[in-house]
Design a protein around this ligand. Structure first.
Ligand code: IMP
Length: 432
């Protein structure tokens, strides 16, 4: 493994948690480098289901170091709840298994309040955020008014900085949104104690990860959300506020990007999206509903029903190229077992400008709204594949589908996932 980046190659919710948990078995260090508690990484171990929002999915293995890097927007209250929840279920969460960057920015109540007020303000133009305060926290980071984990550890400094930033935030909350201001003392009391509990886990995580790398340790970088939600390269403004792909690792983990050996994209055998924004292959009809029902496509963080549709080879080629992926893991192949015909968008038509068979993802949001996907289809396999563990054991039609998609995206599909359990995977014996 050496250093491996695992990223979502669609609009998030690709099943990264399960794959990262699986790959973590071979890793020494697992690092989150962006996003925050907007993520919901689901890992099923036997009868137990874990949904991790902030802690890297390697935590369930017990003997790994899990790192929350400086690029993560950390909600300290959610983090503590998550830690306590894991401990209550017998998972070891100590300094040996978890470290938190002193430089990570923290999400406070005001960020969540502003996130939700801004969404209401935007009305029809809303982004459909998770309401977890992600955008406002990263906005403060960029504006250089943010508070960081290190501030939380120093009560006096925290009070001074909180008072300063809250004065401006409260003016905004009250005057623009007509909402009650937040009290500095309540906020201070709520977070100062949290800071004391997190203190033993705080570290210079960039130095830690670089040292581990120099010692020859295996490092896994766990992406959250997906390539199409990337703040720079996604469907802006309908994106999250961080660099979701390989490009985010350098800044968000403090790790030299040229030292990342390989990148693995995770993609469902179909597509989903939560929140607003373009989604060319969305199926508003009964088939989209069937995908939602079969795939239990409801948000792990918000419970919102996900928008569902067919695999989009155009968007996927873009996401894989952008991240230099050398392999793809295709998840939830079993969900398509009930369809007698399976569609894939192989190119787009953009009738408003007279373009046909466009095979490159259009950068312009206006164009994306006008896209009409061109579908091709293959027969379904109409058989339960959840018990299959070897590629040769799959029905021919399922193999044809996988190989057809592989040809369309021009990157090897190195593993298939056919159910939520750890062992429900089919390796493909390709060099990833
Ligand atoms: P935010 O990250 O909460 O600001 O939300 C911005 C957009 O990203 C919204 O469309 C969310 O639904 C989407 N989003 C954020 N996190 C996730 C995720 O983990 N999975 C899927 N979509 C996400």
């Amino acid at each position: 493994m050496a250093t491996l980046s695992v990223f979502g190659a669609q609009w998030g919710d690709e099943g990264k948690g399960k794959i990262i948990d699986l790959l973590a078995a071979q890793a020494d260090v697992v690092v989150r480098y962006q996003g925050g508690a907007n993520a919901g990484h689901t890992v099923v171990v036997g009868e137990d289901k874990f949904v991790l929002h902030l802690i890297p999915s390697g935590i369930l293995h017990g003997n790994k170091l899990n790192v929350i890097g400086n690029g993560v927007a950390v909600d300290p209250v959610v983090l503590l709840e998550e830690m306590d929840g894991l401990v209550a279920r017998g998972i070891d969460v100590g300094r040996d298994s978890l470290r938190l960057s002193a430089s990570a920015h923290i999400i406070l109540d005001m960020h969540k309040v502003i996130d939700n007020l801004s969404e209401r303000f935007l009305g029809a133009g809303r982004i459909g955020t998770t309401g977890r305060g992600i955008g406002p926290c990263y906005a403060d980071k960029a504006a250089r008014t943010g508070l960081r984990v290190m501030d939380l550890l120093d009560p006096d400094r925290f009070r001074v900085r909180l008072r300063a930033t809250l004065a401006e935030k409260n003016a905004w909350i009250e005057k623009v949104h007509g909402h009650a201001p937040l009290g500095v003392d309540e906020l201070y009391d709520r977070y100062a104690s949290v800071g004391q509990r997190l203190a033993p886990f705080v570290d210079d995580t960039g130095a830690l990860v670089r040292r581990a790398w120099k010692e020859g340790k295996e490092i896994l970088f766990e992406g959250a959300q997906g390539a199409m939600l990337d703040i720079d390269h996604g469907t802006y403004p309908y994106v999250t506020s961080s660099c979701t792909g390989v490009g985010g690792i350098g800044a968000g983990a403090g790790f030299p990007p040229q030292a990342i050996d390989r990148a693995l994209g995770i993609a469902k055998a179909y597509c989903t999206r939560v929140g607003e924004g373009p989604f060319p292959t969305e199926d508003h009809g009964p088939e989209g509903q069937r995908i939602r029902d079969m795939g239990h496509e409801y948000g792990a963080t918000t419970g919102r029903p996900r928008r569902c549709g067919w695999f989009d080879a155009v968007a996927m080629r873009y996401a894989l190229e952008l991240n230099g992926a050398s392999g793809v893991v295709m998840t939830k192949l079993d969900i398509l077992s009930d369809f007698d015909e399976i569609r894939v968008a192989t190119s787009y038509d953009i009738p408003t400008v007279g373009l046909e068979k466009v095979s490159e993802y259009p950068a312009s949001l206006a164009r994306l709204d006008e896209v009409v996907p061109r579908y091709e289809s293959r027969p379904g396999w109409m058989a339960d594949i959840t018990g299959v563990r070897q590629y040769e054991g799959l029905p021919q039609a399922a193999r044809d589908y996988v190989e057809w998609v592989e040809e369309l995206i021009a990157v090897p599909i190195v593993m298939l996932s056919v159910g939520p359990e750890r062992d429900q995977v089919i390796p493909r014996g390709k060099n990833d």
